[in-house]
Write a protein that binds this ligand. Structure first.
Ligand code: ATP
Length: 513
């Protein structure tokens, strides 16, 4: 655990030091759970968004994108259930005065038990070596069995209190489990209350004429209300998808863990409209497709797992999360939801307009079913950034900090470094820069010794360093150094473009899907 916390602290300070993420309005001591992306962060974020857009929209003939407004007609949120049904259960600790989501407290407690099981398994693995049979150990070891039973019991009760909206039961569950406040360490809890997470604001100048509107808490509804417009103008045939990336806002209560949970964040969502009755197949297919997208980035299959939901939201008939191994453990990175015809039917009812599709093969109209894939761009950023940050021991006994970002996502693809700031080397370096910048985002640096400049680029995540030296003036060649292997090669200046492209090209990465 201490190691995990250390790693997380490193992630936070590295993100700031290397111009990835700053706290919002830092000169005023910041605004809680709101962050700004800095000069490198904005490039990484854009590259993740582009990687998603390429895979989800441009590689599918039957998926198109939109960009809907953040402000929507207020009835949208009545229809979606966000005004009435989307309330989170909250509980306060009387000693620390801190407020928590009751379900998150219980889930975190359950996850701690899971971590203990994992520790038992790791220990046993070490003790038994090659003879270790994990399946047998899990199904027979008394400690593991006891812990698993406790986890199952918690899941059953958590599902019950959520489904029955039993707020007193929720509090009792927290008390029975002996859950303490992470800040005060006490069990002095208030009642559990419901709280709406939407940010409200007013449209219109005067108080009498103003209308209450909301900052959208999810991008999905912008897709649903445009369903028929897109289907008709794009002459889309079912099955087809509409995708969108954009800001969403939630007045989150448990706002810690850096950009994992923010009040203003960005989502990348795709709603796939299908014939009723086929939703299960599409749900399974999208689960697999989305997992493959993650795996294509090469951050290790062991860092992902599916978590099928115990409790389904009122609009869903199946739901799963893709969880990622963040520095604070496995947590939701993306949700895949089979949303039935709930949203479109609700919008039909509240708007009085038909939102149906005429199926020529069936010769009838119906409200399509929807399978949604929804990922937080900021969470994906945190996943990539935290997994890429490593400290490496070198053969000469020193260590180096490297940000091993997948090259396709790295903010800068190459840094161009004249060995010295004279003798015509900067001119050659600038010439290379002027040529490469048409194809790649490249960086120029002539300050400090070249070794120091290499380290700086390693830590910033740049896959290649290109060094111009005195020989370059004679042989039109440069030294290219690879971030991960530190291998250096002499290559022709005219070959640089092809060498870099071979590593950073989206096609190379997405073809792994
Ligand atoms: P959680 O259970 O963590 O609150 P959720 O189930 O409410 O998330 P969804 O409504 O399914 O999340 O949203 C889809 C995705 O949006 C999530 O998988 C996550 O990546 C992202 N997301 C949701 N809330 C936030 C937030 N406050 N900050 C950053 N990303 C978020």
């Amino acid at each position: 655990m201490a190691k995990q916390e250390d790693q997380f602290k490193k992630v936070l300070s590295h993100a700031k030091e290397y111009g990835y993420v700053f706290q919002s309005s830092e000169i005023y001591d910041g605004l809680s759970a709101v962050y700004d992306y800095a000069q490198n962060g904005v490039e990484l974020k854009k590259n993740i968004r582009d990687y998603w857009w390429k895979a989800m929209v441009q590689m599918h003939e039957n998926i198109v994108g939109i960009d809907a407004a953040i402000l929507m007609h207020p009835t949208t949120w009545k229809a979606s259930g966000h005004v009435d049904a989307f309330n989170d259960p909250l509980i306060d600790n009387k000693d620390s005065k801190k407020r928590y989501r009751a379900d998150v407290l219980v889930e975190d407690f359950r996850e701690k038990i899971n971590e203990k099981i994992n520790k038992d398994i790791t220990k046993a693995k070490k003790r038994f070596g090659d003879a270790f049979n994990e399946e047998e150990f899990i199904s027979t070891n008394p400690n593991v069995l006891r812990r698993q039973k406790q986890m199952d019991e918690i899941t059953v009760e958590l599902t019950r209190v959520q489904e029955e909206n039993d707020l007193e039961g929720f509090r009792n569950l927290i008390l029975d489990l002996g859950i303490v406040c992470p800040v005060s360490g006490s069990k002095n809890w208030t009642e559990v209350k419901q709280f709406n997470l939407m940010f409200g604001t007013q449209i219109g100048a005067s108080a009498e004429n103003s209308t209450q509107v909301y900052l959208r808490p999810e991008t999905a509804q912008g897709i649903f209300v445009n369903f028929l417009n897109v289907q008709k103008t794009g002459r889309m045939k079912i099955p087809f998808g509409i995708a969108q990336t954009g800001k969403a806002f939630r007045n989150e209560i448990v706002a810690r863990q850096f950009i994992f949970r923010m009040r203003e964040f960005e989502q990348m969502e795709m709603q796939f409209f299908v014939k009723p009755g086929t939703q299960k197949e599409w749900y399974e297919a999208w689960k697999q497709t989305r997992l493959k997208w993650h795996l294509s980035l090469g951050m290790g299959a062991e860092n992902y797992r599916f978590h099928d939901h115990d409790k389904l939201a009122h609009y869903a008939d199946a739901a799963a999360d893709i969880e990622f191994n963040f520095p604070f453990g496995f947590k939701e990175l993306e949700g895949i939801h089979s949303r039935t015809d709930f949203d479109l039917s609700q919008h039909e009812e509240y708007s009085g307009k038909k939102l149906q599709y005429f199926d020529h093969t069936e010769n009838k109209s119906y409200v399509p079913y929807v399978v949604e894939t929804s990922i937080g761009l900021d969470r994906m950023f945190l996943a990539v950034f935290s997994k890429s940050l490593v400290e490496e021991e070198l053969e000469n006994g020193t260590t180096r900090t490297v940000l091993k970002l997948p090259a396709v996502l790295a903010p800068y693809k190459a840094a161009i470094l004249p060995l010295v700031k004279k003798d015509g080397l900067p001119e050659v370096a600038r010439k290379i820069m002027d040529e490469l910048k048409w194809d790649f985002n490249v960086f120029y640096d002539e300050k400090d010794a070249v070794g120091k400049r290499y380290r700086r680029q390693d830590a910033a995540g740049t896959p290649f360093c290109i060094t111009v030296d005195h020989d370059s003036l004679e042989d039109d060649s440069v030294t290219i150094r690879h971030r991960d292997t530190m291998e250096q090669k002499r290559v022709k200046i005219s070959d640089l473009k092809a060498i870099i492209k071979a590593e950073v090209d989206v096609k190379k990465w997405l073809q792994k899907m």
